[in-house]
Ligand binder design. Sequence first.
Ligand code: NAD
Length: 267
Amino acid sequence: MGVFDLTGRKALVTGGARGLGAEMARALARAGAAVMIGDVLEEQGRRTAEELTASGATAGFVALDVTDDDSWAQAVAATVTDLGGLDILINNAGVEISALLVDLEPKDVRLMLDVNILGVALGLKHGFRAMRPTGAAGQGGAIINVSSVAATIAFPGIGGYSATKSAVDRLTRVAAMESGKLGYGVRVNCIYPGLVANQMGMQLAQDMVSLGLWPSVESAVGDVIGLTPLGRLGEQDEMADAVVFLASDAAKFITGVGLPVDGGMGM
Ligand SMILES: NC(=O)c1ccc[n+]([C@@H]2O[C@H](COP(=O)([O-])OP(=O)(O)OC[C@H]3O[C@@H](n4cnc5c(N)ncnc54)[C@H](O)[C@@H]3O)[C@@H](O)[C@H]2O)c1
């Protein structure tokens, strides 16, 4: 078995119904893992899980609102029961609402704080409880949190979002420290994806125009590319491959790091 092989591992991917999370679920399944998709988008989540099953993977869907403690307890318990364990947790669910700081809407900021920070923190709580030696799964494993290049650069119009993604970075490091000190056997890392031309990424580019920061989507995207040494936007599968790497034994001495997957934009 190669060090990247995940055969026999059991994974839960939050926000896995669509976008980066769905691509991460596909990549984990291709590497051999059984995958549970947790999302508030039930219909789309079930469809993505069915697509995985049709491709020959072991996969399922569980309703999960990452902002809700009870929802986490139920989703993790269902994952452990249905898949027969939990070795990999991908805290991917996230929301982005652009605004200039002078126009911040408290309800929008609170939603981002809730989903992007509390959602990840509760994922760490319930992931640790299940994966540590005394837990229902009990085998240790790997947790990968999805931060953003927005945590590593200053970009206008995304102050609230950037703050939440910086918090994910710090949470990751404290979690890795607690897990190590308390013998949970769980590695905790995060990735900082660069801009991807999917639904969220293109909405962000459109928002930059609506906020008056760029004259057109093309010029906003062009400037992001100009700031990126590899000279292009990221692809969803490139974020997913980084997650597979961090989940695998190829990364077994790596914990508490943030891995930029951004073509060099954040360096
Ligand atoms: N798209 C990009 O360019 C980009 C860049 C950097 C980081 N990211 C991060 O990657 C992650 C995935 O983003 P994406 O581009 O796939 O966006 P997306 O909007 O397509 O997917 C986000 C998923 O999270 C789910 N979600 C939202 N709130 C939830 C909740 N309370 N409970 C459970 N699930 C919830 C959504 O239903 C959706 O399936 C996010 O954390 C995002 O911040 C995205």
